[in-house]
Ligand binder design. Structure first.
Ligand code: TXA
Ligand code: MG
Length: 353
Protein backbone atom coordinates (compact mmCIF):
# COMPACT_ATOMS: atom_id res chain seq x y z
CA UNK A 1 0.00 0.00 0.00
CA UNK A 2 1.28 3.50 -0.87
CA UNK A 3 2.32 5.44 2.23
CA UNK A 4 0.15 8.53 2.82
CA UNK A 5 0.96 11.70 4.69
CA UNK A 6 -1.40 11.60 7.67
CA UNK A 7 -2.44 15.11 8.72
CA UNK A 8 -3.48 15.55 12.34
CA UNK A 9 -5.59 18.44 13.66
CA UNK A 10 -6.99 19.23 17.10
CA UNK A 11 -10.75 19.65 17.07
CA UNK A 12 -12.90 21.63 19.51
CA UNK A 13 -15.24 24.62 19.36
CA UNK A 14 -12.36 26.83 18.17
CA UNK A 15 -11.27 24.70 15.22
CA UNK A 16 -11.07 26.71 12.00
CA UNK A 17 -13.63 26.12 9.27
CA UNK A 18 -10.85 25.21 6.84
CA UNK A 19 -10.01 22.13 8.89
CA UNK A 20 -13.60 20.90 8.78
CA UNK A 21 -13.82 21.68 5.07
CA UNK A 22 -10.58 19.78 4.37
CA UNK A 23 -11.87 16.77 6.34
CA UNK A 24 -15.20 16.91 4.48
CA UNK A 25 -13.37 17.09 1.14
CA UNK A 26 -11.33 14.00 1.93
CA UNK A 27 -14.50 12.03 2.73
CA UNK A 28 -16.36 13.28 -0.36
CA UNK A 29 -13.38 12.27 -2.53
CA UNK A 30 -13.32 8.74 -1.10
CA UNK A 31 -10.48 9.15 1.45
CA UNK A 32 -10.16 8.18 5.14
CA UNK A 33 -10.53 10.43 8.20
CA UNK A 34 -10.25 9.18 11.79
CA UNK A 35 -12.40 11.08 14.28
CA UNK A 36 -13.44 10.96 17.94
CA UNK A 37 -16.80 9.60 19.04
CA UNK A 38 -18.08 9.32 22.61
CA UNK A 39 -17.26 5.56 22.61
CA UNK A 40 -13.92 5.09 20.77
CA UNK A 41 -12.22 6.73 17.77
CA UNK A 42 -13.71 5.78 14.40
CA UNK A 43 -12.00 5.36 11.03
CA UNK A 44 -14.37 7.08 8.62
CA UNK A 45 -15.11 6.79 4.90
CA UNK A 46 -18.13 7.56 2.71
CA UNK A 47 -20.49 4.67 3.54
CA UNK A 48 -22.24 4.81 0.18
CA UNK A 49 -19.00 4.60 -1.83
CA UNK A 50 -17.85 0.99 -2.02
CA UNK A 51 -14.31 1.92 -3.09
CA UNK A 52 -13.98 4.23 -0.08
CA UNK A 53 -15.12 1.59 2.39
CA UNK A 54 -12.71 -0.90 0.79
CA UNK A 55 -9.88 1.41 1.91
CA UNK A 56 -10.99 0.99 5.54
CA UNK A 57 -10.52 -2.78 5.31
CA UNK A 58 -7.06 -2.31 3.80
CA UNK A 59 -5.91 0.25 6.41
CA UNK A 60 -7.12 -1.91 9.34
CA UNK A 61 -6.19 -5.30 7.88
CA UNK A 62 -9.83 -6.21 8.58
CA UNK A 63 -11.47 -9.40 7.25
CA UNK A 64 -13.87 -8.37 4.46
CA UNK A 65 -16.84 -10.28 5.94
CA UNK A 66 -16.87 -7.98 8.97
CA UNK A 67 -19.43 -5.21 8.25
CA UNK A 68 -19.10 -1.53 9.15
CA UNK A 69 -21.35 0.75 11.21
CA UNK A 70 -22.89 3.67 9.30
CA UNK A 71 -22.86 6.92 11.29
CA UNK A 72 -25.58 9.52 10.74
CA UNK A 73 -26.29 12.96 12.22
CA UNK A 74 -30.08 12.91 12.01
CA UNK A 75 -32.31 9.98 13.04
CA UNK A 76 -34.44 10.41 9.90
CA UNK A 77 -31.48 9.29 7.80
CA UNK A 78 -32.53 5.79 8.94
CA UNK A 79 -35.26 6.03 6.31
CA UNK A 80 -32.68 6.58 3.57
CA UNK A 81 -30.56 3.59 4.58
CA UNK A 82 -33.04 1.04 5.94
CA UNK A 83 -36.42 -0.50 5.09
CA UNK A 84 -39.22 -2.07 7.18
CA UNK A 85 -38.08 -0.06 10.20
CA UNK A 86 -40.00 -1.31 13.29
CA UNK A 87 -41.52 1.10 15.82
CA UNK A 88 -39.00 -0.11 18.38
CA UNK A 89 -36.19 1.40 16.30
CA UNK A 90 -37.80 4.84 16.35
CA UNK A 91 -38.40 4.51 20.10
CA UNK A 92 -34.76 3.61 20.72
CA UNK A 93 -33.56 6.43 18.47
CA UNK A 94 -35.75 8.82 20.38
CA UNK A 95 -34.51 7.60 23.75
CA UNK A 96 -30.78 6.93 23.12
CA UNK A 97 -29.65 8.93 20.06
CA UNK A 98 -27.39 10.70 19.75
CA UNK A 99 -25.46 8.18 21.84
CA UNK A 100 -23.65 4.84 22.18
CA UNK A 101 -26.29 2.60 20.55
CA UNK A 102 -26.05 0.87 17.16
CA UNK A 103 -29.14 -0.64 15.54
CA UNK A 104 -29.18 -3.42 12.96
CA UNK A 105 -31.94 -2.97 10.37
CA UNK A 106 -32.80 -4.36 6.93
CA UNK A 107 -30.79 -2.42 4.39
CA UNK A 108 -31.95 -0.53 1.33
CA UNK A 109 -30.16 -1.04 -2.00
CA UNK A 110 -28.40 2.33 -1.67
CA UNK A 111 -26.07 0.80 0.96
CA UNK A 112 -23.38 -1.12 -0.94
CA UNK A 113 -22.44 -4.71 -0.10
CA UNK A 114 -18.88 -3.52 0.46
CA UNK A 115 -20.08 -1.62 3.54
CA UNK A 116 -22.21 -4.43 5.00
CA UNK A 117 -19.87 -7.33 4.27
CA UNK A 118 -22.45 -8.72 1.87
CA UNK A 119 -25.20 -8.85 4.52
CA UNK A 120 -28.78 -7.84 3.79
CA UNK A 121 -28.77 -5.71 6.95
CA UNK A 122 -27.06 -2.47 7.94
CA UNK A 123 -25.72 -1.21 11.28
CA UNK A 124 -26.65 2.43 12.01
CA UNK A 125 -25.58 4.76 14.81
CA UNK A 126 -25.97 8.46 15.57
CA UNK A 127 -22.98 9.40 17.76
CA UNK A 128 -23.20 12.20 20.34
CA UNK A 129 -19.62 13.52 20.15
CA UNK A 130 -19.83 17.06 18.72
CA UNK A 131 -16.83 16.49 16.41
CA UNK A 132 -18.41 13.33 14.98
CA UNK A 133 -21.71 15.09 14.35
CA UNK A 134 -19.97 18.07 12.80
CA UNK A 135 -17.89 15.87 10.48
CA UNK A 136 -21.01 14.08 9.22
CA UNK A 137 -22.75 17.42 8.69
CA UNK A 138 -19.92 19.28 6.91
CA UNK A 139 -19.04 16.32 4.70
CA UNK A 140 -22.67 15.69 3.80
CA UNK A 141 -22.02 11.95 3.73
CA UNK A 142 -23.07 9.04 5.92
CA UNK A 143 -19.81 7.84 7.45
CA UNK A 144 -18.92 4.15 7.65
CA UNK A 145 -16.62 3.81 10.64
CA UNK A 146 -15.20 0.88 12.51
CA UNK A 147 -12.95 1.53 15.49
CA UNK A 148 -9.73 3.17 14.22
CA UNK A 149 -7.32 0.43 15.37
CA UNK A 150 -5.42 -2.19 13.43
CA UNK A 151 -7.65 -5.27 13.36
CA UNK A 152 -7.14 -7.31 16.55
CA UNK A 153 -5.55 -4.49 18.61
CA UNK A 154 -7.33 -2.64 21.42
CA UNK A 155 -9.74 0.05 20.18
CA UNK A 156 -8.35 3.61 20.30
CA UNK A 157 -9.57 5.95 23.02
CA UNK A 158 -7.01 8.71 22.30
CA UNK A 159 -5.68 10.25 19.08
CA UNK A 160 -2.19 8.89 19.97
CA UNK A 161 -3.59 5.36 19.78
CA UNK A 162 -4.87 6.10 16.27
CA UNK A 163 -1.44 7.47 15.30
CA UNK A 164 0.23 4.28 16.58
CA UNK A 165 -1.89 2.12 14.29
CA UNK A 166 -2.81 4.35 11.32
CA UNK A 167 0.07 6.77 10.65
CA UNK A 168 0.88 6.65 6.93
CA UNK A 169 -2.25 4.63 6.13
CA UNK A 170 -4.99 7.30 6.26
CA UNK A 171 -5.39 10.93 5.14
CA UNK A 172 -6.32 12.69 8.38
CA UNK A 173 -6.81 12.27 12.12
CA UNK A 174 -9.06 14.66 14.04
CA UNK A 175 -7.76 14.79 17.62
CA UNK A 176 -10.55 15.42 20.10
CA UNK A 177 -8.57 14.28 23.15
CA UNK A 178 -9.64 11.33 25.28
CA UNK A 179 -13.06 9.90 24.53
CA UNK A 180 -15.73 9.95 27.24
CA UNK A 181 -16.92 6.35 27.45
CA UNK A 182 -14.08 4.12 26.26
CA UNK A 183 -15.73 0.96 24.90
CA UNK A 184 -17.71 0.50 21.69
CA UNK A 185 -21.46 1.05 21.36
CA UNK A 186 -24.09 -1.48 22.36
CA UNK A 187 -25.36 -3.24 19.21
CA UNK A 188 -29.02 -4.32 19.07
CA UNK A 189 -30.49 -6.28 16.17
CA UNK A 190 -34.07 -5.20 15.33
CA UNK A 191 -34.63 -7.49 12.36
CA UNK A 192 -36.06 -10.45 14.34
CA UNK A 193 -39.19 -10.93 16.45
CA UNK A 194 -37.48 -9.98 19.69
CA UNK A 195 -34.70 -7.33 19.67
CA UNK A 196 -31.35 -8.96 20.40
CA UNK A 197 -28.15 -7.55 21.84
CA UNK A 198 -25.22 -8.61 19.64
CA UNK A 199 -22.56 -6.65 21.54
CA UNK A 200 -22.94 -5.40 25.14
CA UNK A 201 -21.94 -1.80 25.81
CA UNK A 202 -22.59 1.26 27.91
CA UNK A 203 -26.34 1.08 27.22
CA UNK A 204 -27.48 -1.96 29.17
CA UNK A 205 -30.15 -4.55 28.47
CA UNK A 206 -32.22 -3.08 31.33
CA UNK A 207 -32.08 0.39 29.73
CA UNK A 208 -33.22 -1.03 26.38
CA UNK A 209 -36.01 -3.07 28.00
CA UNK A 210 -37.34 -0.01 29.77
CA UNK A 211 -37.81 1.64 26.39
CA UNK A 212 -39.12 -1.26 24.25
CA UNK A 213 -39.95 -4.28 26.45
CA UNK A 214 -38.37 -7.72 26.06
CA UNK A 215 -34.80 -7.84 24.74
CA UNK A 216 -32.64 -10.96 24.31
CA UNK A 217 -28.86 -11.34 24.29
CA UNK A 218 -27.13 -13.28 21.51
CA UNK A 219 -26.31 -16.57 23.32
CA UNK A 220 -22.99 -16.80 21.47
CA UNK A 221 -21.54 -13.79 23.28
CA UNK A 222 -22.22 -15.09 26.78
CA UNK A 223 -19.16 -16.55 28.40
CA UNK A 224 -20.83 -19.86 29.19
CA UNK A 225 -21.02 -20.53 25.43
CA UNK A 226 -17.41 -20.97 24.42
CA UNK A 227 -18.45 -23.72 22.00
CA UNK A 228 -17.03 -23.09 18.51
CA UNK A 229 -20.41 -23.99 16.99
CA UNK A 230 -22.08 -20.95 18.54
CA UNK A 231 -21.53 -18.33 15.85
CA UNK A 232 -22.06 -14.78 17.03
CA UNK A 233 -24.57 -12.87 14.88
CA UNK A 234 -22.28 -9.81 14.67
CA UNK A 235 -19.49 -11.14 12.46
CA UNK A 236 -16.87 -9.04 14.28
CA UNK A 237 -17.58 -10.72 17.61
CA UNK A 238 -16.02 -14.01 16.50
CA UNK A 239 -12.49 -12.71 16.12
CA UNK A 240 -9.82 -12.62 18.83
CA UNK A 241 -9.83 -8.96 19.58
CA UNK A 242 -8.60 -6.11 21.71
CA UNK A 243 -5.57 -8.27 22.40
CA UNK A 244 -2.42 -6.89 23.97
CA UNK A 245 0.87 -8.45 22.87
CA UNK A 246 1.52 -10.00 26.30
CA UNK A 247 -0.32 -13.20 27.24
CA UNK A 248 -3.32 -12.04 29.30
CA UNK A 249 -5.06 -14.21 31.91
CA UNK A 250 -8.04 -13.11 34.01
CA UNK A 251 -8.39 -14.20 37.62
CA UNK A 252 -11.95 -14.31 38.95
CA UNK A 253 -13.29 -14.85 42.47
CA UNK A 254 -13.44 -13.12 45.87
CA UNK A 255 -11.06 -10.12 46.00
CA UNK A 256 -8.65 -11.47 48.63
CA UNK A 257 -8.27 -14.82 46.85
CA UNK A 258 -7.74 -13.10 43.52
CA UNK A 259 -4.96 -10.92 44.96
CA UNK A 260 -3.31 -13.94 46.57
CA UNK A 261 -3.43 -15.92 43.32
CA UNK A 262 -2.05 -13.09 41.19
CA UNK A 263 0.77 -12.52 43.70
CA UNK A 264 1.70 -16.20 43.49
CA UNK A 265 1.48 -16.37 39.68
CA UNK A 266 3.55 -13.19 39.40
CA UNK A 267 6.30 -14.57 41.64
CA UNK A 268 6.37 -17.79 39.59
CA UNK A 269 6.58 -15.99 36.23
CA UNK A 270 9.26 -13.61 37.50
CA UNK A 271 11.25 -16.64 38.58
CA UNK A 272 10.89 -17.94 34.99
CA UNK A 273 12.48 -14.68 33.80
CA UNK A 274 9.26 -13.12 32.37
CA UNK A 275 8.23 -9.48 32.53
CA UNK A 276 4.87 -9.45 34.33
CA UNK A 277 2.10 -6.84 34.17
CA UNK A 278 -0.80 -6.68 36.64
CA UNK A 279 -4.15 -4.96 36.07
CA UNK A 280 -5.22 -4.04 39.60
CA UNK A 281 -7.72 -1.63 41.12
CA UNK A 282 -7.28 1.43 43.28
CA UNK A 283 -8.31 -0.77 46.21
CA UNK A 284 -5.79 -3.58 45.57
CA UNK A 285 -2.85 -1.79 43.92
CA UNK A 286 -0.92 -1.59 47.19
CA UNK A 287 -1.23 -5.33 47.74
CA UNK A 288 1.08 -6.18 44.84
CA UNK A 289 4.76 -5.72 45.63
CA UNK A 290 6.15 -7.31 42.46
CA UNK A 291 5.47 -6.92 38.73
CA UNK A 292 4.43 -3.81 36.77
CA UNK A 293 1.17 -2.81 38.44
CA UNK A 294 -1.39 -0.52 36.78
CA UNK A 295 -4.64 0.49 38.48
CA UNK A 296 -7.67 0.47 36.19
CA UNK A 297 -9.57 2.66 38.68
CA UNK A 298 -11.85 2.06 41.61
CA UNK A 299 -13.82 -1.17 41.69
CA UNK A 300 -16.77 1.00 42.74
CA UNK A 301 -16.64 3.15 39.59
CA UNK A 302 -17.58 1.15 36.50
CA UNK A 303 -17.36 4.21 34.29
CA UNK A 304 -13.73 4.70 35.27
CA UNK A 305 -12.87 1.05 34.60
CA UNK A 306 -14.48 1.25 31.14
CA UNK A 307 -12.73 4.55 30.43
CA UNK A 308 -9.27 3.16 31.23
CA UNK A 309 -9.58 -0.37 29.85
CA UNK A 310 -8.17 -0.03 26.31
CA UNK A 311 -5.53 2.50 27.27
CA UNK A 312 -4.18 0.09 29.88
CA UNK A 313 -4.04 -2.78 27.40
CA UNK A 314 -1.94 -0.52 25.14
CA UNK A 315 0.19 0.57 28.11
CA UNK A 316 0.99 -3.09 28.76
CA UNK A 317 2.29 -3.29 25.17
CA UNK A 318 4.46 -0.24 25.78
CA UNK A 319 5.88 -1.86 28.94
CA UNK A 320 6.70 -4.92 26.81
CA UNK A 321 5.40 -7.39 29.33
CA UNK A 322 5.36 -11.09 28.45
CA UNK A 323 2.42 -12.01 30.64
CA UNK A 324 -0.43 -10.00 32.18
CA UNK A 325 -2.71 -10.95 35.06
CA UNK A 326 -5.93 -9.01 35.48
CA UNK A 327 -8.55 -8.92 38.18
CA UNK A 328 -12.15 -9.47 36.94
CA UNK A 329 -15.01 -6.99 36.88
CA UNK A 330 -18.28 -8.82 36.34
CA UNK A 331 -20.36 -7.44 39.23
CA UNK A 332 -21.86 -4.14 38.07
CA UNK A 333 -24.60 -3.20 35.60
CA UNK A 334 -21.96 -3.04 32.85
CA UNK A 335 -19.96 -6.04 34.06
CA UNK A 336 -20.99 -8.02 31.00
CA UNK A 337 -19.71 -5.28 28.66
CA UNK A 338 -16.37 -5.04 30.48
CA UNK A 339 -15.87 -8.80 30.73
CA UNK A 340 -16.83 -9.30 27.07
CA UNK A 341 -13.85 -7.13 26.06
CA UNK A 342 -11.47 -8.53 28.66
CA UNK A 343 -12.35 -12.15 27.89
CA UNK A 344 -11.71 -11.57 24.21
CA UNK A 345 -8.43 -9.82 24.97
CA UNK A 346 -7.49 -12.84 27.08
CA UNK A 347 -8.56 -15.37 24.44
CA UNK A 348 -10.90 -16.64 27.22
CA UNK A 349 -8.06 -17.65 29.58
CA UNK A 350 -9.60 -17.41 33.05
CA UNK A 351 -8.49 -18.85 36.38
CA UNK A 352 -11.31 -19.21 38.92
CA UNK A 353 -10.26 -19.07 42.57
O1 TXA B 1 -18.88 2.57 19.23
C1 TXA B 1 -18.79 2.05 18.12
O2 TXA B 1 -19.68 1.32 17.69
C2 TXA B 1 -17.54 2.36 17.29
C3 TXA B 1 -17.55 3.85 16.93
C4 TXA B 1 -16.46 4.22 15.98
O3 TXA B 1 -18.81 4.21 16.45
N1 TXA B 1 -17.51 1.53 16.11
C5 TXA B 1 -17.24 0.20 16.16
O4 TXA B 1 -17.15 -0.40 14.92
O5 TXA B 1 -17.06 -0.40 17.18
P1 TXA B 1 -16.47 -1.84 14.72
O6 TXA B 1 -16.40 -2.00 13.24
O7 TXA B 1 -15.22 -1.92 15.46
O8 TXA B 1 -17.52 -2.84 15.24
C6 TXA B 1 -18.72 -3.05 14.51
C7 TXA B 1 -19.38 -4.33 14.94
C8 TXA B 1 -18.67 -5.55 14.43
O9 TXA B 1 -18.67 -6.55 15.42
C9 TXA B 1 -19.56 -5.96 13.26
O10 TXA B 1 -19.48 -7.32 12.97
C10 TXA B 1 -20.93 -5.54 13.73
O11 TXA B 1 -20.69 -4.33 14.38
N2 TXA B 1 -21.87 -5.29 12.62
C11 TXA B 1 -21.82 -4.31 11.70
N3 TXA B 1 -22.82 -4.42 10.80
C12 TXA B 1 -23.53 -5.50 11.17
C13 TXA B 1 -24.69 -6.16 10.66
N4 TXA B 1 -25.33 -5.71 9.56
N5 TXA B 1 -25.15 -7.25 11.29
C14 TXA B 1 -24.53 -7.71 12.43
N6 TXA B 1 -23.43 -7.13 12.96
C15 TXA B 1 -22.94 -6.06 12.35
MG1 MG C 1 -13.57 -2.63 16.37
Amino acid sequence: MKKLKTHIYKVDEQTADEVWQAAGDILRKGGLVAFPTETVYGLGANALDEKASAKIYAAKGRPSDNPLIVHIADAHMMDTLARDIPDAAWKLADRFWPGPLTMILKKKAIVPDGTTGGLDTVAIRMPSHPAALKLIQVSGVCIAAPSANTSGRPSPTRAEHVMEDMDGKIDMILDGGEVGIGIESTIVDLTGDVPMILRPGYITKEMLSQAIGAVDTDPAILDENKDENFRPKAPGMKYKHYAPKGDLTLVEGPERKVVEKIRKLTADRLADGCRVGIIATQETQKDYDQGLVISIGSRHDEGEIIHNLYHILREMDRLQVDVIYSESFSEGARGQAIMNRLLKAAGHQVIYV
